[in-house]
Design a protein around this ligand. Structure first.
Ligand code: SF4
Length: 284
């Protein structure tokens, strides 16, 4: 169960994404998976490199499109544990349409967003998760837009697993990713993953001062959607833990009538030559 490979990450020293990589590797091992039972599909951005740093099947896709590819992988081979990964710009700007529809579809995969509240790979521009007033090269006088409330958005879109964690808390992050892998449906895990090079506001120290663990909130019930929404709004979204989980809702695959028990990837789809030529002729 060795999920490490020999590829050396080229993230900046101290980047929060190192912990996310380690947490995925540990969570997969804790979940009892072997490397050939998992696929990691990523988008574009510093965090998008993660699919190359984990010993499993991997696909480094295009900007904002990790989720369509990941859903295709899962539909073709339901036996694989599929992890989609990317940054906040990738998932919540160019990829937002895919994110919302994957959430409401509840297809059985885990989406991990490394949220550093800035675009790192392109050297520091304001992202949809940057706070209002945030100064970067693209908003030198401070952003006039509020940050997107992603956890509230996910709850509203019908998510069945919504969680948040912090790169500095490897133990909690690993537990949450393992819970996401075991969830039967779509799990969204937003990870506060500091960009130490370009984001000098939302640093490790800033998160340590501002994040609240849900495990310290007396009486918190992650099966209560209203409580989840209220807690997020009261804390400006700065909470970590499993915010909401609905274990009752069937996944997308479970709702497909006549869904084959045999994964498509193992089906015998051989066509004879005449049949193939007929099919091609239809489109000529
Ligand atoms: Fe990480 Fe930021 Fe460096 Fe990218 S630029 S590798 S997000 S620290």
């Amino acid at each position: 169960k060795e999920f490490r490979n020999d590829v050396k990450p080229n993230w900046c020293p101290g980047c929060g994404d190192f912990s996310v990589q380690a947490a995925i590797q540990r969570a997969a091992a804790n979940a009892g998976l072997d490397p050939e039972q998992m696929a990691v599909v990523s988008g574009i951005g510093c965090s998008g490199r993660i699919s190359g740093y984990i010993n499993s099947y991997g696909f480094h896709g295009i900007h904002g499109r990790a989720l369509p590819i990941a859903q295709g992988v899962k539909m073709a081979n339901r036996d694989l544990t599929v992890i989609a990964a990317g940054g906040d710009g990738d998932g919540f700007a160019i990829g937002m349409g895919h994110t919302i529809h994957a959430i409401r579809r509840n297809i059985d995969l885990t989406y991990i967003v490394m949220d550093n509240q800035i675009y790192g790979l392109t050297k520091g521009q304001t992202s949809p998760r940057s706070s209002s007033g945030f100064k970067t090269k693209s908003t030198p006088q401070g952003s006039i837009e509020p940050a997107l409330s992603v956890m509230e958005m996910a709850l509203t879109a019908g998510a069945t697993f919504v969680a948040q964690s912090f790169s500095s808390d490897l133990k909690e992050l690993t537990q949450i990713i393992e819970a996401g892998i075991n969830h039967k449906g779509f799990s969204l895990i937003n990870v506060f993953s500091p960009c130490v090079t370009y984001n000098k506001v939302n640093t490790y120290d800033w998160f340590k001062e501002n994040l609240k663990r849900l495990s310290t909130v007396e009486g918190y019930d992650s099966s209560n959607r209203m409580m989840a929404m209220q807690t997020l709004m009261e804390n400006d979204g700065l909470v970590t833990g499993i915010i909401y989980q609905n274990k009752q809702q069937p996944s997308y695959q479970e709702l497909i009538k006549g869904y084959s028990e045999q994964p498509l990837s193992q089906a015998n789809l051989s066509l004879d030559k005449d049949m193939f030529n007929e099919l091609v002729a239809e489109f000529m």
